[in-house]
Design a protein. Structure first.
Length: 300
């Protein structure tokens, strides 16, 4: 179980670099996202020989959905994934990184509420306390940099919609992981995103391809670090962990982003960064304790 939690931490680190790379990309967010998906897809299409993750053997044959239903689920989650990435990439351009990260970090609230209603993932007092403390920590961490007003209304709306869409994506992916390997899901989601984005890229009049080596390094970095490592490991972990703990791990992203900004960009660490980051880590730890107890209860 500790290994699965470690996978979530590495996944969060991979996703944490995305806002910075999107902001400094030489091309607009749509082209950046499309190139990220295309490069990741090329890598995913490279055969790995016989090393292949086996589908879960938990469900019986009677419980297993028809292949057509599974394919439909993959297409729907791929569409949700593409919409989430599109909203997230453009939110960074229309609002501040702080606003975007603050609103996107509401994803666990949506996930836990939906999982409670549809997946019957019950919450203990420790779990609820963990959510409250972690979300409160995110508010402290980023809230001091939040900028309100109509100037950021579009970007804030995109960031909030991204949080809700990603919540739906995580819930549906959690269900798919009972029967479908993480590599297959990631390959289809990445490929479908490439297709869905072609009309948007073709219809724009902005530059599509970077012109410098640094520009290409940015989109390649997004493909490898964020798409394959970040989202790939998240998809992999969804088979073994609840949707709630998987979504809670995303709250670690702003903590890691602040640490990266301090280490690589020389940005100052203020008191609210330390307090908020500590609250987030405590909240996630509390929810992880709830998650382990809940899984132990099911195993018993």
């Amino acid at each position: 179980m500790l290994g699965s939690y470690g996978i979530l931490l590495v996944s969060a680190a991979g996703v944490a670099v995305a806002p910075i790379l999107v902001r400094i990309s030489e091309v607009d967010p749509t082209a950046t996202l499309w190139l990220r998906m295309c490069i990741a897809l090329v890598i995913l299409l490279v055969p790995l020989g016989s090393s292949r993750e086996q589908p879960s053997s938990e469900p019986t044959d009677q419980e297993r959905p028809r292949p057509a239903a599974i394919r439909l689920g993959i297409v729907l989650t791929g569409l949700l994934f593409c919409c989430d990435m599109f909203a997230n990439h453009w939110a960074v351009r229309f609002t501040s990184v702080a606003n975007c990260m603050l609103l996107v970090n509401l994803t666990p609230v949506f996930v836990i509420a939906i999982a409670y209603v549809f997946l019957r993932e019950r919450q203990s007092m420790i779990g609820v306390a963990g959510v409250v403390v972690a979300v409160g920590g995110a508010l402290v961490l980023i809230g001091a940099s939040y900028t309100g007003g109509r100037d950021h209304l579009v970007g804030d709306g995109l960031a909030l919609s991204s949080a809700l869409i990603y919540a739906l994506y995580m819930i549906m992916t959690k269900g798919l992981r009972r029967w479908v390997s993480a590599r297959r899901i990631l390959k289809w989601h990445t490929g479908l995103s490439c297709l869905f984005l072609i009309p948007l890229v073709a219809g724009s009049h902005s530059q599509v391809f970077p012109v410098t080596g640094q520009g290409w390094a940015i989109v390649i970095g997004l493909a490898v670090i964020t798409q394959l490592i970040g989202h790939g490991l998240m998809t992999y972990a969804m088979k073994r962990l609840s949707a709630g703990i998987a979504s809670m791990s995303t709250l670690v992203i702003p903590v890691l982003s602040s640490a990266m900004a301090w280490a690589f960009l020389g940005e100052r660490i203020e008191l609210h960064h330390l307090v908020g980051g500590l609250l987030v880590l405590v909240g996630v730890a509390l929810y992880a304790l709830h998650d382990r107890r809940a899984r132990s209860g099911k195993a018993a």
